[in-house]
Design a protein around this ligand. Sequence first.
Ligand code: PLP
Length: 409
Amino acid sequence: MATINENFLKLQKNYLFADIAQKVAQFKADNPDAPLIRLGIGDVTRPLPPAVIDALHRATDEMASAATFRGYGPEQGYDFLREAIVKHDFAPRGVNLQPDEIFVNDGAKSDTGNFGDILGTDNTLCVTDPIYPVYIDSNVMGGRAGDFADGAWSRVTYCPCNEANGFVPELPARPADLIYLCYPNNPTGTTLSHAELKKWVDYALANGSLLLFDAAYEAYISTPDVPHSIYEIEGAERCAVEFRSFSKTAGFTGLRCGYTVVPHALKLRTAAGEPVELNQLWHRRQCTKFNGTAYIVQRAAEAIYSPEGRAQVKETIRYYMTNAALMRDALSKAGLTVYGGVDAPYLWVKTPEGYGSWDFFDLLLRRLHLVCTPGVGFGPAGEGFIRLTAFGRREDCQEAMQRLTRLEL
Ligand code: PLP
């Protein structure tokens, strides 16, 4: 008799954004004329940079001719892209990686979720709280999270990030094998300095832990002391993998491309104590389960590293961060306490006295027709906050902020 992976039955009933979509759909059905503004889901609104569009056209034309047509490509990505990544994303920061330590993929969500395939099921977990839900849910599916009771998974250590600690998490209070860090952080929009990140690298090296470092929002950093890559910290190549994405950097949420860095120096042990290179295991896993990112999409990704591409990407990021600045300003003027929005496109807004995350979500939806994301959906420490994104159109952000100034509690 065939059976299912029962770990899937342990998952929480609904995915956060499905809950929100359902509430918004109901509201729209009841109020068809309400002018909704969506500042909830983290999707971009600016079109792809012209350099990317040109590269897509050129690569598409190559596919039309027998002489330049490409079929299956290397599972790990074409050399032209892996070389461009190493040269532009890491070398200028003093990080020396080889192209074969880069694994091109169809976006960071897949690999943050899939990486558990090559990790032991007995590993204990640690996440900062609140956090991007994929890290925990994928480990629930993999049978690593334990049981869910009182809002927490039994084999997951949660390191709260809150106002009291300035959103700088303490090291885990109990041993943790797999540690997920996301900086700049989704959802809080906050970052860690070099010294703060070093504490985690030192902990991982001392305890044989693996850091799974998600740098999907790296391109939004403007503060000088904030590392863009975990490998800017000495020794990280021996204890960390890093996930990167072109989604928020260059508008690839629909096109789909990202990459994972797995240094050769990174080794974990078998139960018998034998060290094994994770690069070799991940290579094997990808060869079996992944057939590479589309050629034309990889050419599009390569184009963001051209001089024009770089300037265009910078401009788009400036657009979103101008939104973030105007939103921060307006929210503060409206008497709300706001974090993030300086080195990240997310604003983490404290709910007014007496309102939980979902209460404030409902209030903003009903009274102002604004869609936000309730902070508690990202973990217990997110209660009492909402997340707003700066990825909207400028006019929508301005209108949303206008509406907020009229909010009476
Ligand atoms: N990591 C974080 C922290 C994210 O917020 C997101 C998307 O919102 C992703 C990864 C997934 O990005 P991608 O579009 O590359 O799959």
